[in-house]
Design a protein around this ligand. Structure first.
Ligand SMILES: [Zn+2]
Length: 269
Protein backbone atom coordinates (compact mmCIF):
# COMPACT_ATOMS: atom_id res chain seq x y z
CA UNK A 1 0.00 0.00 0.00
CA UNK A 2 1.15 3.50 -0.80
CA UNK A 3 2.18 4.98 2.56
CA UNK A 4 1.18 8.48 1.42
CA UNK A 5 -2.54 7.47 1.35
CA UNK A 6 -2.55 5.49 4.62
CA UNK A 7 -5.00 6.81 7.21
CA UNK A 8 -3.01 8.54 9.97
CA UNK A 9 -4.23 6.24 12.77
CA UNK A 10 -1.51 7.37 15.13
CA UNK A 11 -2.55 11.04 14.93
CA UNK A 12 -6.22 10.07 14.94
CA UNK A 13 -5.90 8.03 18.14
CA UNK A 14 -4.04 10.90 19.80
CA UNK A 15 -6.82 13.37 18.88
CA UNK A 16 -9.49 10.85 19.97
CA UNK A 17 -7.75 10.31 23.29
CA UNK A 18 -7.54 14.04 23.93
CA UNK A 19 -11.23 14.41 23.04
CA UNK A 20 -12.19 11.62 25.45
CA UNK A 21 -10.14 13.24 28.23
CA UNK A 22 -11.73 16.65 27.54
CA UNK A 23 -15.30 15.32 27.49
CA UNK A 24 -14.61 13.29 30.63
CA UNK A 25 -13.19 16.32 32.43
CA UNK A 26 -16.23 18.44 31.54
CA UNK A 27 -18.60 15.68 32.63
CA UNK A 28 -16.77 15.25 35.94
CA UNK A 29 -16.56 18.97 36.62
CA UNK A 30 -19.89 20.77 36.29
CA UNK A 31 -18.19 24.19 36.47
CA UNK A 32 -16.62 23.53 33.08
CA UNK A 33 -19.78 22.25 31.45
CA UNK A 34 -22.67 24.27 30.04
CA UNK A 35 -24.13 26.59 32.71
CA UNK A 36 -26.95 25.00 34.69
CA UNK A 37 -30.25 26.78 34.26
CA UNK A 38 -30.77 29.24 37.12
CA UNK A 39 -34.01 28.94 39.10
CA UNK A 40 -34.33 32.69 38.52
CA UNK A 41 -34.83 32.16 34.78
CA UNK A 42 -38.23 33.53 33.77
CA UNK A 43 -39.06 34.68 37.31
CA UNK A 44 -40.59 38.06 38.03
CA UNK A 45 -38.50 39.81 40.66
CA UNK A 46 -39.56 42.95 42.48
CA UNK A 47 -36.54 44.90 43.76
CA UNK A 48 -37.58 47.52 46.31
CA UNK A 49 -34.88 49.89 47.51
CA UNK A 50 -34.75 52.98 49.68
CA UNK A 51 -34.72 53.94 53.34
CA UNK A 52 -31.58 54.97 55.19
CA UNK A 53 -28.91 55.82 52.58
CA UNK A 54 -26.01 54.63 54.78
CA UNK A 55 -26.94 51.08 53.71
CA UNK A 56 -26.29 51.88 50.05
CA UNK A 57 -29.65 50.93 48.50
CA UNK A 58 -28.69 52.35 45.09
CA UNK A 59 -25.34 50.59 45.06
CA UNK A 60 -27.10 47.29 45.80
CA UNK A 61 -29.59 47.92 43.02
CA UNK A 62 -26.73 48.48 40.60
CA UNK A 63 -24.90 45.42 41.89
CA UNK A 64 -27.77 42.93 41.92
CA UNK A 65 -30.16 43.90 39.14
CA UNK A 66 -27.64 43.16 36.33
CA UNK A 67 -26.89 39.80 37.98
CA UNK A 68 -30.62 38.98 38.24
CA UNK A 69 -31.08 39.80 34.55
CA UNK A 70 -28.05 37.69 33.69
CA UNK A 71 -29.72 34.82 35.57
CA UNK A 72 -32.75 35.22 33.32
CA UNK A 73 -35.10 37.05 35.70
CA UNK A 74 -37.43 39.86 34.74
CA UNK A 75 -36.82 42.66 37.24
CA UNK A 76 -38.96 45.62 38.26
CA UNK A 77 -37.31 48.19 40.52
CA UNK A 78 -39.19 50.54 42.81
CA UNK A 79 -37.72 53.22 45.06
CA UNK A 80 -40.82 53.40 47.26
CA UNK A 81 -43.09 51.00 49.12
CA UNK A 82 -46.26 51.99 47.26
CA UNK A 83 -46.05 48.96 44.98
CA UNK A 84 -46.77 46.67 47.95
CA UNK A 85 -50.32 48.02 48.07
CA UNK A 86 -50.97 47.20 44.39
CA UNK A 87 -52.56 43.79 44.88
CA UNK A 88 -53.06 42.99 41.17
CA UNK A 89 -49.38 43.61 40.50
CA UNK A 90 -48.18 41.82 43.63
CA UNK A 91 -50.00 38.64 42.58
CA UNK A 92 -47.71 38.41 39.56
CA UNK A 93 -44.47 38.60 41.56
CA UNK A 94 -42.35 35.49 42.22
CA UNK A 95 -39.74 37.06 44.47
CA UNK A 96 -39.43 40.25 46.49
CA UNK A 97 -35.96 41.63 47.20
CA UNK A 98 -35.98 44.48 49.65
CA UNK A 99 -33.37 46.89 50.93
CA UNK A 100 -35.30 49.53 52.85
CA UNK A 101 -33.72 50.33 56.21
CA UNK A 102 -35.81 51.81 59.03
CA UNK A 103 -38.52 54.05 57.52
CA UNK A 104 -42.22 53.50 57.89
CA UNK A 105 -44.66 51.26 56.07
CA UNK A 106 -48.37 52.01 55.84
CA UNK A 107 -50.99 49.50 56.92
CA UNK A 108 -52.03 48.89 53.30
CA UNK A 109 -48.44 48.39 52.13
CA UNK A 110 -47.67 46.03 55.02
CA UNK A 111 -50.81 43.99 54.35
CA UNK A 112 -49.98 43.75 50.64
CA UNK A 113 -46.42 42.57 51.24
CA UNK A 114 -47.31 40.04 53.93
CA UNK A 115 -50.19 38.64 51.89
CA UNK A 116 -47.94 38.22 48.85
CA UNK A 117 -45.35 36.21 50.77
CA UNK A 118 -47.94 34.22 52.74
CA UNK A 119 -49.53 33.19 49.44
CA UNK A 120 -46.25 31.84 48.10
CA UNK A 121 -43.92 34.47 46.69
CA UNK A 122 -40.35 34.36 47.98
CA UNK A 123 -38.66 37.08 50.02
CA UNK A 124 -34.95 37.74 50.33
CA UNK A 125 -32.87 40.48 51.86
CA UNK A 126 -29.84 41.36 53.89
CA UNK A 127 -28.66 43.50 56.78
CA UNK A 128 -30.92 46.38 57.85
CA UNK A 129 -32.69 46.43 54.49
CA UNK A 130 -34.83 43.48 55.55
CA UNK A 131 -34.34 43.02 59.32
CA UNK A 132 -34.10 46.61 60.48
CA UNK A 133 -36.98 47.91 58.43
CA UNK A 134 -40.24 49.24 59.94
CA UNK A 135 -39.08 48.89 63.56
CA UNK A 136 -42.50 49.40 65.04
CA UNK A 137 -44.11 46.60 63.02
CA UNK A 138 -44.08 43.20 64.75
CA UNK A 139 -46.30 41.60 62.07
CA UNK A 140 -43.55 42.34 59.54
CA UNK A 141 -40.88 40.96 61.90
CA UNK A 142 -42.92 37.79 62.34
CA UNK A 143 -42.42 37.25 58.60
CA UNK A 144 -38.69 38.05 58.37
CA UNK A 145 -37.64 36.03 61.42
CA UNK A 146 -35.47 38.60 63.14
CA UNK A 147 -34.90 42.18 64.16
CA UNK A 148 -31.62 44.04 64.61
CA UNK A 149 -31.19 45.42 68.12
CA UNK A 150 -27.48 46.34 68.33
CA UNK A 151 -24.09 46.15 66.65
CA UNK A 152 -21.73 46.41 69.63
CA UNK A 153 -18.50 48.25 68.82
CA UNK A 154 -19.66 49.43 65.38
CA UNK A 155 -17.35 48.06 62.68
CA UNK A 156 -15.37 45.17 64.16
CA UNK A 157 -13.39 42.12 63.05
CA UNK A 158 -15.27 38.86 63.26
CA UNK A 159 -15.65 35.46 61.66
CA UNK A 160 -18.63 34.11 59.74
CA UNK A 161 -19.01 30.43 60.60
CA UNK A 162 -21.12 28.23 58.39
CA UNK A 163 -23.44 26.06 60.43
CA UNK A 164 -22.80 22.35 60.72
CA UNK A 165 -25.97 21.44 58.85
CA UNK A 166 -26.61 19.71 55.58
CA UNK A 167 -28.02 22.37 53.30
CA UNK A 168 -27.33 23.10 49.63
CA UNK A 169 -27.22 26.84 50.33
CA UNK A 170 -23.96 26.49 52.27
CA UNK A 171 -22.48 23.37 50.69
CA UNK A 172 -18.76 23.85 50.07
CA UNK A 173 -18.61 27.34 51.60
CA UNK A 174 -15.72 28.09 53.96
CA UNK A 175 -15.74 30.25 57.10
CA UNK A 176 -14.33 33.73 56.44
CA UNK A 177 -13.33 36.88 58.32
CA UNK A 178 -14.87 40.31 57.84
CA UNK A 179 -14.53 43.82 59.21
CA UNK A 180 -18.03 45.23 59.34
CA UNK A 181 -21.04 45.53 61.64
CA UNK A 182 -21.73 42.41 63.66
CA UNK A 183 -25.49 42.30 64.07
CA UNK A 184 -26.91 41.36 67.45
CA UNK A 185 -30.47 40.30 66.70
CA UNK A 186 -33.68 39.04 68.20
CA UNK A 187 -34.25 35.89 66.18
CA UNK A 188 -37.26 33.65 65.63
CA UNK A 189 -36.25 30.16 66.83
CA UNK A 190 -38.23 28.54 64.02
CA UNK A 191 -35.66 29.30 61.32
CA UNK A 192 -32.99 27.13 59.77
CA UNK A 193 -29.70 28.77 60.66
CA UNK A 194 -27.13 28.64 57.85
CA UNK A 195 -24.30 30.66 59.43
CA UNK A 196 -23.43 32.17 62.79
CA UNK A 197 -20.97 34.56 64.41
CA UNK A 198 -19.68 34.59 67.98
CA UNK A 199 -19.37 37.81 69.95
CA UNK A 200 -16.50 38.69 72.22
CA UNK A 201 -17.05 40.84 75.29
CA UNK A 202 -14.89 43.78 74.21
CA UNK A 203 -17.74 46.26 74.01
CA UNK A 204 -20.47 44.57 76.07
CA UNK A 205 -18.97 42.05 78.51
CA UNK A 206 -22.25 40.20 79.12
CA UNK A 207 -22.48 38.91 75.53
CA UNK A 208 -18.97 37.39 75.54
CA UNK A 209 -19.18 34.01 73.77
CA UNK A 210 -22.73 34.51 72.49
CA UNK A 211 -23.32 32.72 69.20
CA UNK A 212 -25.72 34.59 66.94
CA UNK A 213 -27.35 33.51 63.66
CA UNK A 214 -26.02 35.54 60.72
CA UNK A 215 -27.97 33.84 57.91
CA UNK A 216 -31.13 31.78 57.84
CA UNK A 217 -34.02 30.51 55.80
CA UNK A 218 -37.56 30.13 56.99
CA UNK A 219 -41.19 29.81 55.98
CA UNK A 220 -43.94 32.38 56.18
CA UNK A 221 -47.21 30.81 55.10
CA UNK A 222 -46.43 29.37 51.67
CA UNK A 223 -43.50 31.72 51.13
CA UNK A 224 -39.77 31.10 51.40
CA UNK A 225 -37.76 33.72 53.24
CA UNK A 226 -33.97 34.09 53.09
CA UNK A 227 -31.91 36.54 55.13
CA UNK A 228 -28.29 37.37 55.96
CA UNK A 229 -27.24 40.11 58.35
CA UNK A 230 -24.08 40.80 56.34
CA UNK A 231 -24.06 43.85 54.12
CA UNK A 232 -23.69 47.22 55.87
CA UNK A 233 -21.62 48.13 52.82
CA UNK A 234 -22.04 46.34 49.51
CA UNK A 235 -18.32 45.52 49.32
CA UNK A 236 -18.66 42.83 52.00
CA UNK A 237 -20.07 40.73 49.15
CA UNK A 238 -16.74 40.98 47.34
CA UNK A 239 -15.85 38.10 49.65
CA UNK A 240 -16.61 35.17 47.30
CA UNK A 241 -18.34 32.93 49.83
CA UNK A 242 -20.43 35.83 51.17
CA UNK A 243 -21.56 36.53 47.62
CA UNK A 244 -22.29 32.83 46.98
CA UNK A 245 -24.41 32.69 50.14
CA UNK A 246 -26.45 35.70 49.02
CA UNK A 247 -26.89 34.44 45.45
CA UNK A 248 -27.89 30.96 46.57
CA UNK A 249 -30.34 32.41 49.09
CA UNK A 250 -31.95 34.58 46.41
CA UNK A 251 -32.19 31.67 43.97
CA UNK A 252 -33.68 29.42 46.67
CA UNK A 253 -36.31 32.03 47.61
CA UNK A 254 -37.17 32.54 43.94
CA UNK A 255 -38.38 28.93 43.71
CA UNK A 256 -40.98 29.53 46.39
CA UNK A 257 -44.10 29.39 44.20
CA UNK A 258 -43.11 26.18 42.40
CA UNK A 259 -41.50 24.26 45.25
CA UNK A 260 -43.21 25.65 48.33
CA UNK A 261 -41.79 26.28 51.75
CA UNK A 262 -39.42 24.12 53.75
CA UNK A 263 -40.53 24.00 57.36
CA UNK A 264 -38.57 23.48 60.58
CA UNK A 265 -40.31 23.18 63.87
CA UNK A 266 -37.31 22.84 66.15
CA UNK A 267 -34.43 25.27 66.44
CA UNK A 268 -31.44 24.26 64.38
CA UNK A 269 -28.86 25.92 66.63
ZN1 LIG B 1 -25.53 48.82 58.99
Amino acid sequence: MDTSTRFPWRQFSLVALLAIILVGTIAMNPTLGPAKKSPLKGKKVLFVYGGWKGHEPIKYRDMLVPWLIEEGAKVDTFSSLEVYADSAYMETVDLVLQIYTMSKITKEQQKGLLRTIRRGAGLAGWHGGLCDAFRNNPAYQYMTGGQWVSHPGGHVDYTVNFADVDDPLIKGLKDFDVHTEQYYMHVDPNVKVLATTTFNGEKDYWIDGCTMPIAWKKAYGQGRVFYTSLGHHADVFDQPDARKLLERGIRWASESKEKGPEVWITPMY
